[in-house]
Design a protein around this ligand. Sequence first.
Ligand code: AMP
Length: 500
Amino acid sequence: MCSSGTSAGERKLMPTIEEELGRRSLLYSLLMPVMNQFVPGLDRGKGMYFLFIKSEAKTPGGLLARPVLTSYYKSSYFRERPYDPYTNYTSPNETILCQDFYQSMYSQLLCGLCQNHDVLRVGAVFASGFIRAIKFLEKHWILLCNDIRNGKIDSKISDPSVREAVLKILKPNQKLADFIEAECSRESWKGIITRLWPNTKYIDVIVTGTMSQYIPTLDYYSNGLPLVCTMYASSECYFGLNLNPLSKPSEVSYTLIPTMAYFEFLPVNRTAPTPLGQKTDLQELVDLVDVKLGEEYELVVTTYAGLYRYRVGDILRVAGFKNKAPQFNFVCRKNVVLSIDADKTDEVELQNAVQNAAKHLLPFGASLTEYTSYADTSKIPGHYVLFWEICLSGSAPIHPSVFEDCCLAIEESLNSVYRQGRVSDKSIGPLEIRITEKGTFDRLMDFALSQGASINQYKAPRCVKYAPIIELLNSRVVSNYFSPKCPKWVPGHKQWCTPN
Ligand code: AMP
């Protein structure tokens, strides 16, 4: 099993065992009974979920390595699930199991549109994935409408099993095609989800953690439908579920299921964190039964597949109890500063990448004096933005291509998950450098001091999220540059690509 990416580098390989799939299915099977208590009648329609598989690789020893969801969707637990009105999806399995992203997304949208009145809930795993589907629709609705009008599937969809599965659903429907065309050609796409799928009761996507940045976009497209975060899981193991699925995203808490793994908790002191590299005293570990309300902990798991006291890297806060079972808010992922989709870039990695890139300035008599960054998700796909303040010793201006090379150099230095997002998934847009006027970072410091920061301890933040600060930086931008092409990325695992 490989994770979607780690906070500090390449994908990690996680051990897994056959029986783990059964345990994971058990958690999935708990979701609908919970949901049904809050939103009745979900058995009278379908779910339109955008689900995808990714490429798999073989380890040198011959074992399969693939993301956890790919292995779940390919397993008999998913493919051969018995008919259940509560897990009836608009996407036929063949469309989910098609590895070509374009064909998979196109056919899933086509099937979702054809059955638009049956759809009672829509979703994807993460918010970013769902928004990608809407953006795909924005780009391809004319083709999709043609297919619905003629009852034929576009020739770009060449996978025979996908074609066969879609043709069982797709019938010529002039009226529906006209309706979709009218809605999609309106200037505003506000509320497009409720317009095209009028019976939708909620959007099932994870919007906790870094995904909360997508809440305003989802609200816009759905006219504020409830956003439901059903579960909390990872490649290491699945953790738990949300027993109060209609709670506001900022109040979501997850109840850990004690049979999923052995859970322990490392108390977190966020004002005086353990310095990087320093060993934490495992004596401090607290058991699930002993966590205290309001306290923050780092999650530590011992799994059936063999991970022993493994630090997942997530920080959780005890939000309350269901009977005696503690419920946790997801606070953040440790050390992550930038994230658009599955990518998670930490401060050290960003620092190294920026350092590599800044070397390109030296031959031109320029050097980087300060930088900070933010994840710009105002457009889809989102992209990383770096604000750079530079010091020029010569008077000759620097050619834009030099800064473009810097953008690419940063991207080349980031981890493979970032580069996969750029190259293969196209879920991340080209990285941008915005050059700011001299003195901008002094202004930033003045601002922080005016808000009560200590001058002795002030450090320029390497990532900014607070809107007034981003505004301040943007107001002093003198030029901006984008990465001119995609960085290099190859499927598989870094170690296996290195010849011995
Ligand atoms: P991966 O193992 O690469 O699939 O990523 C698992 C990580 O995704 C977890 O450790 C969390 O950091 C994040 N994650 C998973 N579920 C949630 C959730 N419901 N809310 C916030 N973050 C989540």
